[in-house]
Write a protein of this length. Structure first.
Lengths: 144, 43
């Protein structure tokens, strides 16, 4: 709408340059935090009912199907597992699965990220980073 | 006196974009996998 209204006001080369400038500004805003603040999503711990949607999402991403929901539900009940969900527009758009284990070399509680995925249409909006932020916070608190 | 126990987060991935993402976040390649020490976050 904005582009449509602006371009006819300037003709020829100037119009084309204006259009290019608008596209560049749009791309820049998409990469910066200004745009991220406009995107609404929330990060929360996973629940039993997330098992199927997450299974479908991972199957769609990896292009191969396997029964994953059972492992998901089992991991939810284990204290050494952390599964976080990213939700946007009332649907699951991202997931992070982390496993905690004691390291006898370092002497501390280490963790391994087993899965971090954000749906294609929602990438570049800070969702992956937000999932990771939450996981790092949890790991740091657990390691104390 | 022994040093304080260390804690790290590890991740390994075959996806180049993911490697860039983790490195940008602060993970370092230890030659086997990517790791993020947590001790600097501990108070």
């Amino acid at each position: 709408m904005l582009i449509k209204n602006m371009v006819p006001q300037v003709s020829g080369k100037t119009g084309f340059k204006t259009l290019l400038l608008i596209i560049r500004i749009h791309k820049f805003l998409r990469k910066t935090s200004c745009f991220r603040l406009m995107s609404e999503f929330k990060i929360r711990p996973a629940e039993e009912e997330d098992a199927k949607p997450v299974e479908d999402m991972v199957a769609g991403w990896l292009k191969w199907k396997v029964e994953r929901a059972g492992a998901f539900r089992k991991a939810l009940r284990e204290k050494d597992h952390l599964i976080l969900i990213a939700e946007a527009e009332a649907q699951i758009v991202g997931v992070l699965h982390m496993l905690f284990y004691l390291d006898v070399v370092n002497g501390g509680l280490n963790s391994h990220i087993l899965l971090l995925h954000v749906e294609e249409g929602y990438q570049g909006k800070g969702i992956g980073r937000a999932l990771l932020d939450e996981a790092v916070k949890h790991a740091a608190e657990s390691a104390r | 006196m022994p040093l304080k126990a260390r804690a790290e987060i590890h991740v390994d991935t075959v996806f180049e974009d993911a490697v860039k993402f983790y490195k940008k976040y602060g993970f370092k390649d230890n030659g086997v996998m990517l790791e993020l020490p947590l001790n600097r976050l501990q108070k």
